[in-house]
Ligand binder design. Structure first.
Ligand code: GDP
Ligand code: ZN
Length: 357
């Protein structure tokens, strides 16, 4: 029996939607009673972005049984799942969410992310750098490359040029890519779209910074506040899940006509072609649910890339980079090579006992 590989693009509650990326052609699948699992305490064993092995109905007769329960053979719309997930392939990375601070149960919300696009705005709402730094640390812990999108620049480029330059100094100095954008003027949207090419990007941002507007600007056919229309025929009315994958339309945004939706294209083979999506987006509802990582105090500085780069030269190992003589990190802060703002965020995290959101 042939096993094929596909990617989970949506958790629809009673079933999953898979697609053989890069091709966008989602089909329903169910979990077999005992799916081969990596050691995990996660409550949902399969997450959006997971690469899975599956077999199809034709090859395996009595598959309409899930966890030894008779399977009704119906998805919410009456479609019969044609595939059964048999194995979850090892994850390159994943993002978890815990239901509470103390909870041991972790919920994997997305896997195999190529990057996190962190949307921020300097003003309206006013940015809190320590909060952004926590998100960045979380991404470093998860081993997810970050692109920072500084949105609404139309509102403060002329009003607060120093603040804008300062932001770039701090975060580009730390080693992050920063893209200035405006959904109002269109500035930076092409660059952001290009940054998403061929990748699975988790879009995250505090409410109000314009994350939904950015997703819509990258692909006008997507509307995070409404949902992905292209999947409507495969899902019931009440199956909207918090995390699902959206294909970025391969047509060029903002330049006249948009090409047919990738999901309507039947020319796809297993390799990327012009009909395949331009990239893939997972919309994350707010930053607070994005993750909670438990770190030992000594570990935190490893997730500040600019500190990690110089920490080898500290006289003491381990070094907390606070009071130790001969500390290379403190020397770099004093020399202005590491920003005081980032260093202060680091000190704030140390005080919080390594548990933070
Ligand atoms: P979300 O909560 O992060 O998804 O933010 P929305 O996309 O809903 O945007 C919040 C508000 O900011 C809306 O009123 C948008 O019209 C506005 N907005 C979004 N992007 C920009 C921008 O680049 N410039 C300006 N001036 N307003 C923006
Ligand atoms: Zn040190």
């Amino acid at each position: 029996m042939e096993e094929r590989i596909a990617t989970v693009v949506k958790n629809a509650g009673s079933h999953y939607l898979l697609s053989e990326l890069p091709k966008w052609d989602p089909f329903p699948a169910v979990l077999r009673g005992k799916v081969r699992l990596q050691k995990s305490s996660a409550t949902n064993p399969v997450a959006v972005g997971d690469k899975v092995s599956y077999i199809t109905a034709d090859e395996k007769g009595p598959l309409f049984r899930v966890a030894s329960q008779p399977y009704t053979g119906k998805c919410s719309t009456g479609a019969i799942p044609s595939a059964v997930i048999t194995e979850i392939l090892p994850r390159q990375n994943y993002v978890i969410r815990k239901s509470t601070n103390l909870s041991r149960q972790a919920h994997v919300i997305a896997a195999n992310l190529d990057q996190a696009v962190i949307a921020v705005s300097l003003f309206f709402p006013e940015i809190k750098l320590p909060f952004l730094d926590r998100i960045l640390v979380t991404c470093e812990v998860y081993k997810i490359p970050v692109v920072i999108v500084l949105n609404k620049v139309d509102l403060y480029r002329d009003e607060a040029p120093e603040a804008l330059a300062e932001f770039h100094r701090i975060y580009e100095g730390a080693g992050y890519r920063v893209i200035d954008t405006s959904c109002k003027t269109g500035e930076g949207i092409a660059e952001l779209r290009e940054a998403c090419a061929g990748k699975l990007s988790l879009f995250s941002g505090e409410s109000g910074v314009g994350k939904s507007s950015l997703i819509k600007a990258v692909d006008p056919s997507l509307d995070p506040k409404i949902g992905n229309i292209s999947l409507a025929h495969l899902q019931g009315k009440h199956t909207t899940s918090l995390y699902e994958m959206y294909p970025i339309n391969p047509g060029v945004a903002g330049k006249g006509r948009i090409a047919p939706r990738a999901s309507q294209c039947r020319h796809s083979r297993s390799t990327q072609n012009s009909c395949d999506p331009f990239g893939y987006i997972i919309d994350s509802p707010g930053l607070r649910g994005f993750g909670l990582v438990d770190l030992e105090k000594e570990e935190i500085s490893k997730y500040f890339p600019e500190m990690l780069r110089v920490a080898d030269e500290c006289r003491f190992v381990p070094c907390t980079h606070t009071h130790e003589p001969g500390c290379a990190v403190k020397a770099a802060v004093d020399a202005g090579e590491i920003s005081a703002e980032r260093y202060n965020s680091y000190l704030g995290m140390l005080e919080e006992d390594g548990k933070f959101r």
